[in-house]
Design a binder for this molecule. Structure first.
Ligand code: ZN
Length: 243
């Protein structure tokens, strides 16, 4: 099974991260095949089996997984134990006992790493969360809770709906500066990149995947591309003990 990883973080000591694709699982259409969603209408046994397969491929322990419940808000949870964090769309931690997970199907996964204070963060940024600055608030939470200096942090922005496909209505468009819009198409990756820069991060420390989940439906679940009924991919980041 293919496990997605960012070249920028391929050899970073003590940092683990991964993202899944839709390939390599057992779910049937419209959840085919590697649906890792916690709240879809897929057969729960298939989802469980998909999780086992993904965790084996990514060398992860499912018992250490912490999840955000995700409701397109802007709340950031500080994670200390492996469980579901209600009312949160982003997670941060310094613990090596947990790994952070969010679920996506077009929304932008924003991964954050502070090598100095040894802390990680992960944000689920759809247009609603992005309009509320979820990425900037996640970086700020790492500063507030862990003393992270954003100027020393790095970030990766994962595969997500691209400016090629992100058509939005006026209710969404009016929430963003015109510089992020080309006609009715919104560049959510640029919104999140600039949110991290505004939070104090260096532009060259932010790495962006250009893969569009709608354009590449053979590889990715796409809420928009699949007409709303589809599976979910997982994005994950965590710390390992180093000494
Ligand atoms: Zn596209």
């Amino acid at each position: 099974m293919f496990v997605g990883r960012f070249p920028a973080w391929a050899r970073t000591p003590g940092l683990r991260h991964a993202f899944s694709t839709r390939r390599g699982g057992v779910s049937r259409p419209p959840f085919g095949t590697l649906n890792l969603g916690l709240n879809t209408e897929d057969d729960p046994d298939s989802v469980r089996e998909n999780w086992v397969k993904f965790c084996v491929a990514a060398e992860l322990d499912r018992d250490r997984a912490a999840f955000a419940r995700q409701d397109h808000g802007d709340a950031v949870a500080v994670v200390e134990t492996a469980r579901v964090y209600e009312d949160s769309d982003a997670l941060v931690t310094q613990s090596t006992d947990v790994v952070l997970f969010i679920q996506v199907a077009d929304c932008v996964p924003v991964f954050l790493f502070d090598p100095e204070r040894r802390a990680v963060g992960l944000a689920h940024a759809g247009w609603r969360g992005s309009a509320k600055d979820i990425a900037g608030k996640t970086a700020a939470a790492m500063t507030a809770r862990f003393g992270s200096d954003p100027g020393r942090m790095s970030a990766c922005i994962g595969p997500s709906i691209g400016p090629c496909c992100c058509e939005v209505g006026p209710d969404a468009a009016e929430r963003f500066s015109p510089r992020y819009l080309q006609g009715s198409r919104l560049d959510l990756r640029a919104v999140n990149r600039d949110a991290l820069i505004a939070a104090g991060m260096a532009p060259d420390a932010i790495h962006i995947s250009r893969l569009c989940t709608v354009c590449h439906k053979d590889w990715f679940f796409s809420h928009r591309g699949d007409g709303g009924k589809t599976g979910r991919m997982a994005a994950m980041i965590g710390l390992e003990k180093t000494d």
